[in-house]
Design a binder for this molecule. Structure first.
Ligand code: PHE
Ligand code: ZN
Length: 883
């Protein structure tokens, strides 16, 4: 076999020299370099002879010149670590191919050909969990973004759509269930082996291919679509997990119904399969007709899953289902367009969850995620626009910016258009681009045309990174309230001197006497600075702004504390009310942490906070879920974001001190609250969920004001709990209190659940997240625990992500927390690069920290960068972080 190096460009269209790529300096791919592929692949036939250690793959691709672009004499088929064992063109073995790096290049003369390629892979050796891999004795695939090239040679790019027919065979005893995209069209037996053939009628890019083989059982159900077509639904799990799949199945049926009603989208196959696997890099994957899920987002029952877990399952099931239209029927032209499918689908899953549960509480949760994960990204070295301009490793761009800010950007269009017009826009988008690989620009144009909006300037949201900062001033002139707004879009790496963007802000002006307003209004700030006048105010009103968080910006306003107290009591927009409550606490904690609070200010501040909280506890118009939000303190990460050269130790102390004050001052009220909610029996109702949220919240306050009493209460809650929410909440509080209760209940929890991997993950996380003074020692010991493994991403995250998100441990003044995470990255990188790279951003925050910590964080990044071998993933993240 001739494996010469034929020089070609990365897109394989023209021949020219290309030096071998150093593993440590992967090339930069740029959005503006996009060119369409010179070939079409109308049909793909695959045959798999399945084995855990050795799987043989035979592919047959029909290829034909793409008439829309100039012809190329060569075709580049991407590979990643593959060796072709045979190559044929039109049935004849050929030597006329070359390897360029990992890719295979064929020279073809005529118009249409059939390319045949054989490869052999070892799924059991695949610890990266990309391509075909083994998990718990079963075989499954993960192809997004570039995993298909680890299975067979193929133009592995999302704009090459093909119709797939797949035959697979293997030992029946080992793999009784054989699944693929589309519908099963034939099956048979052959001694101890059996086979199945599947056909997917919908052309798709390779990243949506999936195959699963294993010993699985299904919860089976059906759904009748709006046009009366019956769809068979299956949720596949390992034997023994079946009784934890009801919630997933119900969530799936609700998603299907909701997408018909709200977006007019109907499912388009006769079969919908979901498979749960325990080794998975992400949450789940929307492969056509065959979603593969992390078990974490499928399995749930009251005994083993918290209310948060239940919500997570519903949200992710919805998310993957909604991708069938926003992602699969209309896919992405290239990976720079990732937010086209992800931003839109996140918005769709958020709206779905809002409709299924409490709309304001879901909105608050989503904003919390945005501020906790995306704002830091946008203000740090890894900032990028929702449509990035370049990347070295696309896996690094599955970010909160692309996903969550992407969703916010589309939500703003919806807010400006109104729901009805927005729906006209999405209808037009689905109609116009069905079957295509589209761009973000195609989406914006469809919304523009369908909804009748001018989004010319709005497009800046796709190209400019950074969280805009809006300054707000409200003045009183005659009988007018005069609102002056100005915006700054901060510089980010590679982007300076940005243009003003349209920022839609929902506002209300409250009369101070009646605590009422005469209607919410939408103002759009589209200049650097602008003034808005509102007549009819005899005295200065109280301004409520960015209601429902209508724009993903930070608001800076010189507001009197008494006005925040007013809004925390009276604002009729639940989000704005929550925001006022948070601002009250954040303002206090920021000033305190910077040492700017005198004794009198401190006393006055806590008095206001305590009295606002007291009225929240007493407010009978509130439901308990919302009450829980209003009573929650801002996270340390969020406070840290508001401070330059932040000192995490100081912030931690101030936050704990405020917590203790609240616990002490409101002791009786919180106690009575606990007694009331403790009596609510377990159910999945909003009322019961709210009760559980409050129970643990009361324990949290008590743990700061009276730790020994809190330990007793928490142990009591743990012992009588009949559900995981109460149990985990109690244990969370206990892990922070050095006590006999702590040791006993942790041991009990482990022994009770040691056979349930998802609950053992909780056991690891709780200890890594704890406020215990010895948390670093605990984490080091847990890394040696017999249940710890670097091979399972859920387990790695349960210990180390939890730790990296625990400011009390990660930011320990000794720098040991930083070293621990750097050690982890170095050890995990060769095993699972994608997961390893996800730990880099925590160290990348070094510029925001006080000098001593900043230097130690940077030092760890440099240590990683100096490693002799690094994956593309980690290399890119570390280099960008060092800036
Ligand atoms: N596309 C998946 C989702 O958002 C996420 C994913 C990306 C999963 C890459 C696996 C690998 O639903
Ligand atoms: Zn998605």
């Amino acid at each position: 076999m001739d494996i010469a190096r034929t020089p070609t460009t990365p897109d394989g269209n023209i021949e020219m020299a290309d030096a071998a790529v150093e593993p440590k300096d992967p090339p930069e791919i740029r959005r503006e370099d996009y060119t369409p592929f010179a070939w079409l692949v109308p049909e793909t036939h695959l045959e798999f002879e399945l084995g855990l250690e050795s799987t043989r793959v035979r592919s047959k691709l029909t290829v034909v010149h793409n008439d829309k672009v100039s012809r190329s004499p060569t075709i580049r088929l991407n590979g990643d670590g593959l060796v072709p064992t045979s190559v044929t063109v039109d049935g004849t073995p050929t030597q006329a191919f070359a390897m360029d790096g990992d890719d295979l290049i064929l020279t073809l003369d005529d118009n249409a050909h059939e390319i045949g390629i054989e490869t052999e892979i070892d799924p059991s050796a695949n610890s990266q969990l990309m391509g075909l891999y083994a998990s718990n004795g079963m075989l499954c695939t993960q192809c997004e973004s570039e995993g298909f090239r680890r299975i067979t040679f193929f133009p592995d790019r999302p704009d090459v759509l093909s119709t797939y027919t797949v035959k697979m065979s293997g030992p029946k005893a080992q793999f009784p269930i054989l699944l693929c995209n589309g519908n099963k069209v034939a099956e048979g037996e052959d001694g101890a082996d059996h086979w199945a053939e599947w056909h997917d009628p919908w052309p798709k890019p390779s990243y949506l291919f999936a195959l699963v083989a294993g010993d699985l059982v299904a919860r089976n159900d059906s759904f009748t679509t709006m046009n009366g077509r019956e769809v068979e639904l299956n949720v596949w799990v390992r034997d023994g997990d079946l009784d934890r799949t009801e919630h997933a199945m119900e969530s799936l049926k609700r998603s299907m119904k909701w997408d018909e009603e709200v977006f007019g989208r109907e499912y388009d196959l006769d079969l919908y399969n979901i498979v749960a696997v325990s080794d998975f890099n992400m949450g789940a994957m929307e492969n056509k007709g065959l979603n593969v899920f992390n078990t974490k987002y499928v399995l749930a029952d009251p005994e083993t899953a918290t209310d948060g877990d239940f919500d997570g399952v519903e949200g992710v099931i919805g998310h993957e289902y909604f991708h069938n239209w926003s992602g699969n029927r209309i896919t992405c032209r290239d990976w720079f367009q990732l937010s086209l499918k992800e931003g839109f689908t996140v918005l769709r899953d958020q709206l779905f969850s809002q409709d299924m549960g409490s709309e304001p509480v879901k909105r608050i949760e989503d904003v919390r995620v945005l501020r906790g994960a995306q704002f830091p990204e946008d203000s740090g070295p890894l900032a990028h626009p929702i449509r990035p301009d370049s990347y070295r490793e696309i896996s690094n761009f599955y970010t909160a910016t692309v996903y969550n800010k992407g969703a916010e950007v589309i939500r703003m269009m919806r807010t400006m258009a109104g729901e009805e017009a927005f729906r006209k826009g999405t209808d037009l988008y689905f109609d116009r681009h069905d079957g295509e690989a589209a761009t973000c620009e195609d989406f914006v144009k469809s919304i523009e045309d369908g909804a009748g909006l001018d989004l010319t300037q709005f497009r800046l949201w796709y190209s400019q990174a950074g969280t805009p900062k809006v300054s707000v001033e409200l003045a009183h002139e005659g009988d007018d309230a005069v609102l002056t707004l100005s915006q700054v879009v901060p510089d980010t790496p590679g982007q300076t001197g940005k243009k003003p963007m349209p920022i839609p802000l929902k506002i209300a002006l409250f009369d101070r006497e009646s605590a009422k307003h005469s209607g919410e209004q939408l103002v759009v700030l589209d200049k650097a600075s602008d003034t808005f006048r509102f007549p009819g105010f005899a005295q200065l009103p109280v301004l409520s702004i960015n209601r429902t968080f209508s724009a993903p910006v930070t608001i800076s306003r010189n507001i009197e504390r008494s006005d925040l107290v007013f809004l925390a009591r009276h604002d009729d927009d639940p989000f704005a009310r929550y925001e006022a409550m948070q601002d009250l606490m954040v303002g206090h904690l920021v000033a305190a942490s910077k040492g700017e609070l005198g004794d009198d200010d401190r006393a006055a501040g806590t008095t206001d906070i305590v009295s606002a909280l007291r009225s929240v506890i007493a407010d009978e118009a509130l439901d308990d879920l919302m009450r829980g939000e209003l009573l929650s303190m801002p996270s340390q990460t969020y406070i840290m974001e508001q401070i330059e050269a932040a000192d995490p130790g100081r912030i931690f102390e101030e936050r704990e001190a405020l917590k203790a004050t609240i616990g002490t001052e409101l002791k009786d009220e919180l106690h009575r609250l606990y007694e009331r909610v403790e009596a609510v029996p377990y159910s999945q109702s909003a009322e019961a969920k709210g009760a559980r949220k409050l129970k643990t919240l009361v324990l949290v306050y008590a743990s700061a004001s009276d730790p020994q009493k809190a330990a007793e209460l928490a142990a009591h809650q743990y012992d009588r709990a009949d559900n995981m929410t109460d149990r985990q909440g109690a244990l969370m509080v206990l892990t922070g209190i050095d006590s006999a209760e702590r040791t006993g209940r942790l041991l009990h929890f482990y022994n009770r659940y040691r056979d349930n991997a998802l609950v053992v993950d909780k056991w690891f996380s709780l200890q890594a997240m704890s406020l215990h003074p010895n948390v670093i020692e605990h984490v080091k010991a847990l890394a040696q625990h017999e249940d710890f493994t670097m091979k399972n991403p859920n387990r790695v995250r349960s210990l180390y992500m939890a730790f990296a998100a625990n400011p009390h441990g990660f930011h320990a003044a000794s720098g040991e927390g930083y070293k621990l995470i750097a050690d982890l990255i170095l050890e995990l990188d060769p095993v699972n690069a994608q997961t390893a790279a996800r730990f880099v951003p925590s160290l990348g925050r070094w510029r925001k920290m006080e000098p001593a910590r900043s230097a130690m964080m940077r030092e760890q990044l440099e240590r990683i960068a100096a490693a002799p071998k690094l994956s593309r993933d980690t290399f890119e993240q570390v280099t960008r972080s060092l800036g």
